[in-house]
Design a protein around this ligand. Structure first.
Ligand SMILES: C[S@@+](CC[C@H](N)C(=O)[O-])C[C@H]1O[C@@H](n2cnc3c(N)ncnc32)[C@H](O)[C@@H]1O
Length: 785
């Protein structure tokens, strides 16, 4: 019985090969792997994990191990007769007793299940194309032989000498259910989905406190309706979905794994944290291993990032890193376990010694490259830019823009803010507050004072209930009486049912400011042009106190479905009509229809009365009738009154979403400068289309959740040049507004938004590092009569 014994070379300074990290001074590998595993200087590289059949070199004679190793600690020999000696031990991955050959080689009984296989050769394409559907991701890794049969993996080369054993990759064990439920295993699977399949981090994290597998209402997702182009791309799952655990295979068939809420929270923290800090973590990993993360297999890369993240950011004790090692074995095979063990132990040692290679510990950054040229300037300026981008884990192009715009200090504050846990706020469902006393409000000032008092007492009552539930909360300084800032305990808030019973909606204050700037009033006709998933639509409905009508338009039908359901739950289903359409097409049709109706002459009296009665039944105000008069349309032919002009139009445009990077952890890696250009063109088209639907004297608010001037200020300036019939109204409010905001709901004499969020030009412009909210932009444009 012969076993290979490969001696480990000394660790090269600053770098680690696989063998250098192996805890015991021996490693068993197939003899075919030796050439691939050994580099020129005799050290072993991690390439042992990714052999290619076609590149197989003739195998040298294996070194012979003279003395077989002693049984593993805690194992006992079965003393079975025959050619092989077996031991029993507890498998730390499966958590069960297993029997295996003492020499560690292939065992028919144990390893039979590993030889199941797909039909494709593992070399025929990148991994991401092979295994999109999940399930057993490892099944294609076994190479096919000349007859198309899946080959066995041999580590010691003794089982079948003819034909010679192929190079080798241990197919991962079928995942043990206990491992499948491990938060770290789940986090790795989700990280793979995020990076390779474009899954959305806020979405896959799910909402703790909700039943797994059940679709959650849009406002339940703590990620909030941030709003960006991404959301429209993920129609299948939609903003309102909660994460469904990956199905386990094995046993009698797939079944869903219920996850503990605490585990869900940990998964959320890990996935969001690793995704945010991806570039920084990769820098550290690259400096500790011979391969860059980009050259590694996807799961292995995620395990390493996760390990370094937990070590450096969560300060996990080094002994706890064993879970990552076991995880690597499961997702990438035993060799990967040794490799991960080596890299993570080295990271732990060097962290303790204060010599961990981090971007800030280097004189000049030496990684990156994306957008480096865009930085322009001298090489030292480019170095400084790259170093900052690495340190705060952002793409160079974003950092370059922000350095130019906010200066070094401002840019750093923003970068830091994007990596911190975001501040969540909730909107109070003011529709649930005690209605105004009948008779109160004979004058507009006493009515608004009564409304403010009602809002204030409702908010105080909710704050008390939240405090009793262990939630640390405070009234919003920007929209008091309507929003509450949650300092800690969002999960408790969700678990206590504040959201599911409709009392609160998770929504950022910056979204509230946009609606506040629009200032919808009871009885108005409002068009929300890019409405889904509906956070702003519902707030507008609440401001309108259920009276008037809202047409909610969005190009994404599935996301509009979520909006409809949310409107029903909020009790405003009657006033919201949702239409799935491209705004540009819809606007053209409205214009054609209006022109046609104008040609048909005035309606007769009976039809006008019927239309007026119908509109009153819907709860619409007499203002509806005015619309028809404005375009001179005959009422009897108006089948869709919403297909005309509107008092107020909200265009919450698709954008790069650079204001919500703290909440949308993956977004920074998906955006490119080219997309920014494409989006500005789309925004112009949408602005033109939306403007054509604003009634004379009516108002349009253009908003984004981007902080890029090209998408914000520049779009508005260009719009005003194209549309001289529109003028900008300063966000500080109508002329009679007083600067001293009273607590409670809006009133005619109150500014639309607090002066603290208004730019000198009169726009609403919030920045995460300045206002403690999402970054957002809004401009109020009035159409001249
Ligand atoms: C920023 S999100 C809107 C968020 C929403 N206002 C809220 O508060 O929940 C942008 C929306 O624009 C929609 N959209 C993109 N292009 C569109 C188009 N051409 N017509 C209509 N809607 C469009 C997307 O589907 C997406 O839902």
């Amino acid at each position: 019985m012969k076993t290979l014994l490969l001696k480990c070379p000394p660790e090269p300074p600053g770098r680690l090969g696989v063998a250098a990290q192996v805890p015991r001074p021996r490693i068993l590998v197939s003899r075919d792997v030796i050439p691939a595993a050994q580099s020129d200087d005799g050290s072993f590289s991690q390439r042992v994990l990714r052999p290619r059949t076609a590149q197989k070199a003739p195998a040298p004679a294996p070194p012979v191990e003279e003395n077989p190793p002693p049984p593993k600690q805690g194992a006992r020999s079965d003393g079975e007769p025959g050619s092989r000696d077996y031991v029993r031990r507890t498998d730390s991955v499966r958590g069960e007793r297993i029997r295996e050959p003492r020499d560690g080689g292939y065992d028919n009984a144990r390893d039979r299940g590993r030889d199941r296989g797909g039909a494709r050769d593992w070399d025929d394409g990148p991994r991401r194309d092979r295994d999109r559907g999940g399930g057993n991701r490892g099944r294609d890794r076994q190479p096919l032989d000349a007859n198309g049969r899946r080959q066995r993996t041999l580590y010691d080369g003794r089982q079948s000498r003819e034909p010679p054993p192929p190079p080798t990759y241990w197919e991962p064990l079928p995942v043990d259910p206990r491992m499948a439920r491990s938060p770290r295993y789940q986090a790795v699977q989700q990280l793979v989905r995020v990076e390779e399949e474009g899954a959305y981090v806020g979405l896959v994290n799910g909402s703790p406190g909700l039943r797994p597998g059940r679709a959650a209402p849009a406002e339940d997702d703590p990620s909030g309706p941030g709003g960006s182009l991404e959301e429209e791309e993920e129609e299948g799952e939609g903003e309102g979905s909660t994460w469904r655990p990956r199905r386990e295979s094995g046993g009698r068939g797939p079944r869903e794994v219920p996850l503990d809420p605490r585990d869900q929270r940990l998964i959320k923290e890990l996935v969001a944290g690793v995704t945010r800090l991806r570039r920084r973590l990769d820098y550290i990993v690259s400096n500790l291993s011979q391969q860059t993360p980009a050259e590694m297999e996807s799961e292995l890369r995620q395990v390493l990032r996760l390990g370094v993240f937990e070590l450096t950011e969560r300060r996990l004790a080094p002994h706890a890193l064993n879970e990552h090692v076991q995880l690597a074995k499961v997702v990438s095979g035993p060799g990967a376990g040794s490799f991960v063990n080596g890299v993570l132990r080295s990271a732990a040692r060097r962290l303790e010694a204060g010599t961990l290679p981090t971007p800030e510990s280097r004189a000049s950054a030496d990684a990156g490259g994306d957008g480096a040229k865009a930085a322009g300037g001298s090489s030292s300026a480019r170095d400084a830019l790259r170093k900052l981008a690495l340190q705060h884990s952002h793409p160079n192009w974003m950092v370059s823009r922000w350095l130019e715009r906010f200066g070094r200090e401002g840019a750093e504050a923003l970068l830091r803010r994007n990596n911190e846990p975001p501040v969540y706020t909730v909107r109070i469902n003011t529709m649930m507050q005690t209605p105004l006393t009948p008779g109160a409000g004979s004058s507009s000032s006493s009515s608004s004072a009564a409304a403010a008092a009602a809002a204030s007492s409702h908010s105080d009552e909710l704050l008390e209930r939240l405090t009793a539930a262990g939630v640390v909360a405070e009234p919003s300084p920007l929209l008091p009486g309507e929003f509450i800032r949650i300092r800690s305990g969002l999960q408790k808030l969700l678990a206590e049912g504040f959201v599911s019973d409709g009392s609160l909606f998770v929504q950022d204050e910056s979204a509230g400011l946009v609606v506040s700037l629009l200032d919808p009033q009871p009885g108005e006709r409002l068009l929300d042009c890019c409405a889904a998933p509906g956070g702003k639509t519902l707030f507008a409905a609440a401001r309108m106190r259920g009276r008037g009508s809202i047409t909610a338009l969005d190009v994404s039908a599935p996301r509009l479905g979520a909006l409809r359901r949310a409107a029903e739950r909020a009790g405003v289903g009657d006033m919201v009509t949702a239409h799935a359409a491209d705004l540009r097409v819809w606007a053209r049709q409205v214009r054609e229809r209006a022109a046609w109706q104008a040609e048909m002459g005035p309606p007769d009296g009976s039809a006008a009365t019927a239309a007026a009665a119908a509109s009153t039944e819907r709860g619409a105000s007499p203002g509806d009738d005015l619309e028809w008069e404005r375009v001179g349309a005959p009422r009897d032919r108006v089948r869709k009154p919403e297909a005309l002009l509107y008092d107020k139009v909200l265009l919450d445009a698709p954008c790069t979403g650079t204001g919500v990077l703290a909440k949308r952890a993956d977004l920074r890696w998906r955006r490119t400068p080219e997309q920014l250009q494409e989006l500005t063109a789309l925004q112009d088209e949408l602005l033109d289309a939306a403007a054509s639907l604003v009634a004379p004297g009516g108002v349009m608010v253009y908003s984004t959740c981007s902080i890029e001037e090209e998408e914000d200020q520049q779009r508005v300036r260009a719009f005003l040049e194209r549309h001289p019939d529109f003028e900008l109204e300063s966000a500080t409010g109508p002329p009679q507004a007083t600067a001293a905001a009273t607590r409670g709901g809006p009133s005619p004499g109150r500014p639309w938004v607090p002066p603290a969020v208004v730019s000198p030009e009169g726009f609403v412009a919030t920045l995460p590092h300045v206002h403690d909210t999402d970054g957002a932009f809004a401009a109020r444009l009035r159409r001249r009569r």
